[in-house]
Ligand binder design. Structure first.
Ligand code: AMP
Ligand code: FES
Ligand code: ZN
Ligand code: ZN
Length: 339
């Protein structure tokens, strides 16, 4: 298979786009596509400050890399969940994020002259540091849940009924809260996550099987900030296949954690991904079309009724100030009150 642009050996064949590319052209194509989606869905502008939630996985690290290569002002946020899972999962993930930033700075001449590698502004703090606002030097904020709140995800999950014994629901709640908090306290305009097309399609598939209109209406490449002080949420890789983001990390030499979260094993979203991959194999492009046609239908108002029905007035949580439908404390603050 030859690269469509230069005729050299291709490293990837994207059947859904009828496009094969060599390494160099693929490394150009991914940022071009990402920039196209950023503009198409009006995710952010060049003047805005972006906080990229990095998990140490291929998607979020590739996304951070692409945004930096495109010249955006993007800092990272890693949330230490304290998950061991037999593979030292959280520590390994953290290391990947630190390593990524050190490497990025080392490989970028402008940054190399600005600060030495040992000077990398990686903050092992319990909250955001806003001191480093220098345009070119990205910062990695690290929030360790165990250190900050006294309990890891697994410990909190074991004493609540939320999620029926699985920590994923508690984990999602905590991650969302921390992401919002760091974005707000750090003065970021936008919070970007590494969700790829396969993630989005698996969620869409699940919500369509149950016709969960309330969730369907809130699934989008951009979620506007609900309240003043909250960052907009964006998914710049939402149209990039998982294998494309993995190939990007590989060709670009980004090291990432291969393991999935140990608690994700047996989840319905993984089962849905398998079904969807089988369908994709038989008809290339079916996942992308499913997603794009959904976005179009949503845009045309298919779920407008659900949107009106799902609309609830939000208050500011008495303790943390984040929006909540509860009268006093938000679900996150209630989690810690119950100890
Ligand atoms: P997941 O829910 O694990 O598929 O992750 C979806 C996205 O959430 C990732 O692409 C990241 O942007 C973000 N994310 C997941 N885990 C973390 C974490 N521990 N710290 C920061 N961001 C995370
Ligand atoms: Fe949170 Fe797996 S990443 S439970
Ligand atoms: Zn080429
Ligand atoms: Zn709260």
């Amino acid at each position: 298979m030859k690269c469509r642009k230069c005729g050299h050996e291709a490293v990837i064949n994207m059947r859904q786009h009828k496009l094969a590319l060599c390494g160099d052209h693929f490394l150009e194509w991914v940022p071009e596509q990402t920039q196209r989606f950023i503009e198409k869905y009006k995710m952010f502008t060049r003047d805005e400050r972006i906080l990229v939630a990095v998990s140490g996985g291929k998607d979020s690290l590739s996304l951070w890399d692409v945004l930096l290569r495109l010249g955006y002002r993007a800092d990272g946020l890693y949330i230490g969940l304290g998950i061991e899972g037999g593979v030292d999962y959280s520590n390994q993930s953290h290391e990947m994020c630190v390593h990524f930033l050190e490497n990025f700075k080392f490989q970028t001449p402008a940054l190399r002259t600005g600060a030495s590698v040992s000077n990398v502004n990686v903050t092992a703090d319990d909250g955001p540091q806003t001191t480093n606002t220098q345009y070119l030097i990205p910062t990695l904020h690290v929030v360790d849940i165990g250190k900050l709140y006294g309990e890891t995800i697994s410990e909190v999950a074991s004493r609540t009924t939320r999620g029926r014994g699985k920590p994923c629901s508690v984990c999602g709640l905590i991650k969302r809260h921390v992401m919002n908090r760091v974005a707000r306290d750090g003065g970021y305009d936008v919070l970007a996550t590494g969700h790829n097309l396969d993630d989005e399609v698996a969620v869409l598939f699940g919500n369509t099987l149950t016709w969960n209109a309330g969730y369907l209406v809130r699934q989008a490449p951009v979620l506007p900030a609900d309240k003043p002080g909250l960052a907009r949420k964006v998914k710049p890789f939402c149209r990039l296949y998982e294998r494309e983001s993995a190939a990007y990390a590989l060709v670009r030499g980004i090291e990432y954690i291969y393991d999935e979260c140990p608690f994700a094993e047996g989840s319905t979203s993984i089962a849905h991904k398998e079904v969807l991959n089988q369908m994709e194999k038989d008809s290339p492009g079916v996942k992308l079309q499913f997603y794009l046609n959904f976005l179009r239908a949503r845009e045309q108002g298919l779920f407008a009724g659900a949107e009106r029905a799902a609309h609830v007035e939000l208050n500011a949580c008495e303790k943390c100030g984040q929006p909540t439908s509860a009268p006093e404390l938000c679900a996150f603050c209630r989690l810690w009150e119950k100890r």
